[in-house]
Write a protein that binds this ligand. Structure first.
Ligand code: S3P
Length: 168
């Protein structure tokens, strides 16, 4: 299984933290959104536009299921991925880091992002609230992604992982 799985809403800094942490650990960083884009040969926005969200969620779940078996990697999951029951089952026993961003900060960071098809959707706040419970429930560790920089979170995670390895 991956060394750490990063979860959180859009704009929480998962990719940025993941890249930094993976570099420090000397391992691969894998972003589920990038894998989906590679697999489909199109951007996430195009996948939503052409095939719809239901299709995207199916591909997302399949992609993530295979990523959750990869060894020696830091893996970041798309913000909506914990809405899938079968994905939750596979999170059992994983080291899950939740980057806790407020709805307000998330919106400030992602507004106008054309690569995130849900940014303009009306029920975005409802999605945020719905997911929060799952993020909290599955978190092994939580970081304040409003006030902590991605550097600081990556460093703290690194210390945590090193501490864990010393404790054995
Ligand atoms: C989504 C989040 C995005 C991406 C897609 C849908 C969501 O990932 O998977 O646009 O439903 O919150 P990030 O959380 O990496 O932005």
């Amino acid at each position: 299984m991956p060394i750490v799985v990063l979860v959180g809403f859009m704009g929480s800094g998962k990719s940025s933290v993941g890249r930094k942490l993976a570099r420090s650990l000397g391992v691969t960083f894998i972003d589920s959104d990038n894998k989906i884009e590679e697999r489909l040969g199109m951007t996430i926005s195009s996948a939503f536009r052409i095939h719809g969200e239901k299709f995207f969620r199916r591909v997302e779940a399949e992609t993530i299921h295979s990523l959750l078996t990869v060894e020696d990697a830091v893996v970041a999951l798309g913000g909506g991925s914990l809405e899938d029951e079968s994905t939750l089952e596979l999170l059992q026993g994983q080291f899950v880091a939740f980057l806790d961003v407020s709805f307000k900060t998330s919106m400030e960071r992602i507004k106008g992002d054309v690569n995130r098809p849900l940014v303009q959707s009306e029920e975005i706040e409802a999605r945020y609230l719905r997911r929060l419970n799952a993020y909290k429930k599955w978190a092994s560790i939580t970081f304040d992604a409003d006030n902590w920089t991605t550097d600081k979170i990556a460093r703290a995670l690194l210390e945590e992982l090193r501490g864990d390895s010393v404790r054995g």
